[in-house]
Design a protein around this ligand. Sequence first.
Ligand code: TDO
Length: 168
Amino acid sequence: MLFPRLETAPITLGDDRGKVEILYETDRVVLKRSSSSAGVFRGLHRQIAPHLQDKIIRVISGRIIDFVTNPDDPEDPIWHSEIGPEDGWVHIAAKYAHGFYALEDVVFEYFCEGGYMESAEESWYIAPQVTEMLGGRPLLLSDKDQHGTPLPRPLKQAPDHVRRKDAE
Ligand SMILES: Cc1cn([C@H]2C[C@H](O)[C@@H](COP(=O)(O)OP(=O)(O)O[C@H]3O[C@@H](C)C(=O)[C@@H](O)[C@H]3O)O2)c(=O)[nH]c1=O
């Protein structure tokens, strides 16, 4: 058939933070949309080999502070950058653990190259540094993220060229 319909129905998973919609999924790619209330922090997450996942992310509405770091490199700080809809798509390479803080109610979309494998996911806990950066504002975290592995390394503002080029 010239225009075959694909056999994937969207799945919506909700919790206290908002929801995650799995819009399209195969074992090689995933398209997702998450909605987060202001004050939610998701992450930091990454999948380990052989289930590596590159992520291409964008903010549809609202504003986030995005965070990335390479957990394997003890010299790497946790880079952060404020991102809104005007920034378009941003590439997060598979080696980076990634997370974000919702400054406002946020709709966030991401395309993953590499399928989702929960057992291959690492969760890193950086809430103390993020709370300090935000002047003591409490973060709304999932139970999984509350129990992530502490990563007590410093935060550093990412220059624009680092966010756009070196996050590869
Ligand atoms: C991400 C994801 C979650 N789920 C399920 C697992 C769980 O029941 C529910 C919520 O999952 P999580 O709490 O991991 O969702 P969330 O905290 O939104 O996870 C996301 O965080 C950001 C920072 C990222 O970088 C993403 O790659 C992803 O890890 O949805 C899937 O079935 N497929 C998926 O691809």
